[in-house]
Each structure stands twice: as structure tokens, then as C-alpha cells.
Design a protein around this ligand. Structure first.
Ligand code: PLP
Length: 408
């Protein structure tokens, strides 16, 4: 039998009010398809990659030469960053939610010995990987990091900057300081903070590898490039120990971004086939971040989060997060236990919020690229209307008024 020809795929427009992916801007989508047909070595494509690399150095706040984009998603960038960790090397991981938990799994897969990997190949135990668990809803503090590094004296340490599972900001200054004090090389998952908070990678000398993604703060969802940056010290170490990957090899992938032997060169050389459309939309997304300005962007997020938080609290919710792009909350007492059902009903109506992916079950409402008063008002109205439908008497107008007074 022949395979059926399905009808053309149509995807509806939704309010992407979750932890990510964010509401991709029309400008980025337009840049994706308003291009000529060209191959990956076209001079304009190569120039676009060089410009993107330079914009990324500005966005990361770094002079690191090895700053570029990894084709793929946040996990692609993280896989590249962790490619330097070898079996048996001691590394301490700080885990306070779903994503730092997956970082930890990823590192166990790389750090496990052959025997450890064979014993349980999809979830290996690795004696060299030490996990410090911090409860859901709490942040990793500098003290927690310093204590663990003093005790274990590892080669590497890794942490999420913003843990998107629980909506918590972890202390990267404390992390970096502790790494410097104990001679440890720090690696950070900055997937959900880059492009939202105004941090500068070069202000954190203990951190040698940073990895982000295309779909959260940078908003280049036509799945394009995941930003990374590596210090010279990281690259020196990598040269010594190597990486068991061609595609996610930081030195090799950098060649296509015109970085060779630790220096910028005039022209990139083939590493793998890059899409001109992906390069163009990524380039546009980076332009948009820089046009806003990092500080101004961060302030917009802070203000919008504070206002939405006030409105949600007014409607009886308990907010437990402190990220500025995402609110993680408990529904009013009477609706506890109905979180998943509540989220599903919202999603059926294209109001796409999320539950937490690990216990305890909470609700996540994100505001990536949804910072306008009209967009925030729609989120509050939709949320409030749904509370009323779930028989929790809610004064939606009062919540909207609370939102607006906080946006003043
Ligand atoms: C979203 C996220 C990831 C995974 O990113 P993908 O783009 O889905 O691969 C990893 N870490 C953190 C902290 C995240 O928020």
C-alpha cells in the first residue's frame, strides 16, 4: 500500500505563554523566508555568520573568541559544552529542578566509565559525578556551592543559571567565586537567562563554558542556533583532553563561524551544511535583542513580571518563582489537584500555559516576548476567566486594574 499524502500541515496561532518556546516575532519569521535560494558557502551567508558571532559576543558580554551558535536546540549547546567532560573526571552538579536534572543525566552519560554505562545505558550511575540536590522552589546559593567544592575538590562544576522547571534564579556570582577559590572550572546552563537578564559572562571568571538556546530569551524559533561561549582556558583544556564528537566539538564547529586556531579569520570553512534561512532568521533575532538593549530588555521583563505577579496574587494564586520571564504558581487552595486539568483546558483554547514537568505539580505562565500591556492583559483575562469557570469566584477586572497600576 502507498503511504497516504496527508493534507498540508497547518499550525494555529496561539499565545505561547509558557516557559519556552516564546512568542516568535514576525520579523524573525519573515527573515526566515524572505531570502533568495543560496547554499551554505554563499558569501552573504558566511558574512551573516560572522556578524552573528560578533553580536553574540555583545549579548553574552564577553571577549571570548570561541563564541558562536550551535545548530540545534538548547540541549545541542549543552551537549557541546559538556563534551569536555570525560569518563572518571570528577564533576559536581547542582540540581534544583527538571532542567538541571537533565543536565545531570547528560553529564552522567559522559562521565560514566564503560562499565557504568553498560550497567544502565540510559540512566547510568557515575561514581565521578557528584550531585547536590536543592529542593524544588529553592535557589542554589553561593554557600551551597562553596561547601560542596571544598568537600569534593572536583575538576568541574555545573549549574543552571535560571532553573526553568521551578522558576528559580541560582547564584552565578557565588558559583563563580567558589570555582575561583577552589580552582574548579565552572560550566553554566544559561538556556533561559540569556537575552533576558543583563549579565556579562566576563564578569564571572570562574565560569569557562556557557550554553543557551534559540527559543527563549533570544527568540529565534525557526529552530536555528543555540548560543555558546567558551573561555581560552576551556579551549586549552579541550585541546588537551579532546571530545568524542565531530559535530558538537567546540573547536571544530567554530571553524564555520570563522574562528581558527583561537583567532578570528576572514572566512568560515565547511563544518556542516548551514541553512541560509536559519542564518538569516538568527541574525535578525540577534539584531532585535541588540536594538532593545540588554539593560532595557531586562527592565521590561522585571516590570512585566512584577505586574503579572501582582495580578495573579490578587486572584488568589501563590507565586513561588523569582525568574523574570516565568511565573511558577500554586492555584487557589480550592483548586489544588486540578492543575493539569486546568492547564489542558487553557491549552485547548490556544492559551498555552504549562504545568511543571516534575513534582510538585504547579502552573507555569511565561511572558517571553509578551511584554506589551495588551498582551499581559490578555493573559490575566484568560487566566481569570478560567478560574471563574473552575468555580473559583474571581474579580477579573480588579486583577486587570492591579496589572495596569503596576505597569505605570
Ligand atoms: C529549555 C531549557 C533547556 C532545554 O532547551 P531545548 O531548547 O528544549 O533543548 C535546558 N535547560 C534549561 C535551563 C532550559 O530552560
Amino acid at each position: 500500500m502507498n503511504a497516504p499524502v496527508f493534507p498540508e500541515l497547518k499550525i494555529p496561532n496561539t499565545i505561547a505563554a509558557g516557559p519556552g518556546p516564546g512568542n516568535t516575532s514576525q520579523r524573525v519569521l519573515d527573515a526566515f523566508y524572505h531570502q533568495g535560494v543560496a547554499d551554505h558557502m554563499n558569501p552573504n551567508v558566511l558574512r551573516g555568520m560572522i556578524e552573528a558571532k560578533k553580536m553574540l559576543r555583545e549579548i553574552w558580554g564577553t571577549n571570548n573568541v570561541h563564541t558562536f551558535g550551535v545548530a540545534g536546540t538548547g540541549w545541542s549547546a549543552l551537549d557541546m559544552m559538556f563534551s569536555v567532560v570525560h569518563p572518571g573526571e570528577k564533576i559536581v552538579l547542582f540540581v534544583n529542578g527538571t532542567f538541571s536534572g537533565i543536565d545531570e543525566l547528560s553529564v552522567r552519560m559522559k562521565g560514566a566509565t564503560e562499565e557504568e554505562l553498560r550497567a544502565n545505558s540510559t540512566d547510568p550511575k557515575a561514581a565521578s559525578v557528584i550531585t547536590v540536590k536543592v529542593p524544588h522552589g529553592q535557589s542554589v546559593t553561593g554557600e551551597i556551592v562553596a561547601e560542596a567544592l571544598a568537600e569534593h575538590k572536583p575538576k568541574w562544576a555545573a549549574m543552571a543559571h535560571w532553573e526553568t522547571g521551578s522558576g528559580r534564579i541560582n547564584d552565578i556570582k557565588g558559583f563563580s567565586d567558589a570555582c575561583v577559590e577552589h580552582g574548579v572550572m565552572g560550566l553554566v546552563d544559561a538556556v533561559s537567562s540569556l537575552g533576558i537578564e543583563e549579565f556579562r559572562a566576563d564578569d564571572f571568571p570562574g565560569i569557562h563554558g556557557w550554553a543557551s538556546c534559540p527559543q527563549k530569551g533570544v527568540m529565534a524559533l525557526p529552530l536555528t542556533y543555540a548560543p555558546v561561549t567558551f573561555s581560552d582556558q576551556y579551549i586549552e583544556e579541550l585541546k588537551k583532553v579532546g571530545a568524542r564528537s565531530f559535530v558538537h566539538h567546540p573547536i571544530m564547529e567554530a571553524r564555520h563561524w570563522a574562528i581558527v586556531d583561537g583567532q578570528d579569520v576572514e572566512k568560515g570553512s565547511y563544518h556542516r551544511t548551514h541553512s541560509p534561512y536559519a542564518v538569516a532568521s538568527f541574525h535578525e533575532a540577534l539584531r532585535m535583542v541588540l536594538e532593545d538593549g540588554m539593560l532595557q530588555r531586562a527592565e521590561h521583563y522585571r516590570k512585566a513580571e512584577k505586574a503579572l505577579r501582582a495580578a495573579l496574587v490578587k486572584m488568589g494564586c501563590n507565586v513561588t518563582s523569582n525568574m523574570t520571564s516565568l511565573l511558577v504558581l500554586d492555584l487557589p487552595e480550592k483548586l489544588r489537584g486540578q492543575e493539569k486539568d486546568f492547564v489542558n483546558t487553557c491549552r485547548e483554547e490556544q492559551f498555552c500555559i504549562w504545568p511543571t514537568l516534575s513534582e510538585p505539580v504547579q502552573i507555569r505562565v511565561g511572558i517571553l516576548n509578551l511584554l506589551k500591556e495588551s498582551e499581559l492583559t490578555e493573559i490575566v483575562t484568560r487566566f481569570g476567566d478560567m478560574l471563574n469557570r473552575y468555580d473559583h469566584k474571581t474579580d477579573v477586572d480588579a486583577a486587570v486594574a492591579e496589572l495596569k497600576s503596576n505597569l505605570k
